[in-house]
Design a protein around this ligand. Structure first.
Ligand code: FES
Length: 151
């Protein structure tokens, strides 16, 4: 979406953005894709996942990206950020922060390790080609700056 106005590099000639920028859904969609989806977002600090087994579900940029994610700390004390959408039928596998032995989907019982690896699913023993890497929860890039966690 090209800018319908010019930006003067001299700050002394600055002016307010046109009102449409604040209310037109096309601008929100353009900013979501070009700014927010490509930049680091502060989501929590390390206290949210203080001990091994901790989980901290959250929605990334609620109302803009609306991506359900979860921060976890595994038993090796490593941090992870995962999609919390079950790889079976899409139920959220973690809706409340807690210290858990594993993430477990309440719909059909898939279990996932704190690093997103598929662990088990009831009554699927012997299924061919199962599990595959597509059954793991997707990992989301994240980074830490001191105690602050960004995705
Ligand atoms: S939706 Fe999660 S196990 Fe079926």
């Amino acid at each position: 979406m090209p800018l319908p106005w010019t930006i003067d590099p001299d700050i002394r000639r600055a002016s307010t953005l046109p009102a449409e920028v604040y209310g037109d859904p096309r601008w929100l969609a353009a900013m979501r894709d070009r700014v927010f989806a490509r930049s680091w977002q502060l989501v929590a600090d390390t206290d949210a996942v203080r001990v091994p087994g901790s989980t901290h579900p959250f929605t990334l940029l609620e109302g803009v990206l609306d991506e359900p994610l979860v921060l976890t700390r595994d038993t090796q004390d490593r941090l992870h950020c995962l999609s919390t959408v079950c790889t079976h039928r899409g139920t959220l596998v973690c809706e409340h922060g807690a210290v858990l032995p594993a993430l477990r989907c309440r719909y059909h019982g898939r279990r996932f390790a704190h690093d997103g690896r598929f662990l088990s699913m009831p009554e699927f023993e012997g299924a061919e080609g199962f599990p595959s890497p597509a059954d793991d929860l997707p990992k989301i890039p994240f980074g830490a700056w001191g105690k602050l966690l960004f995705v």
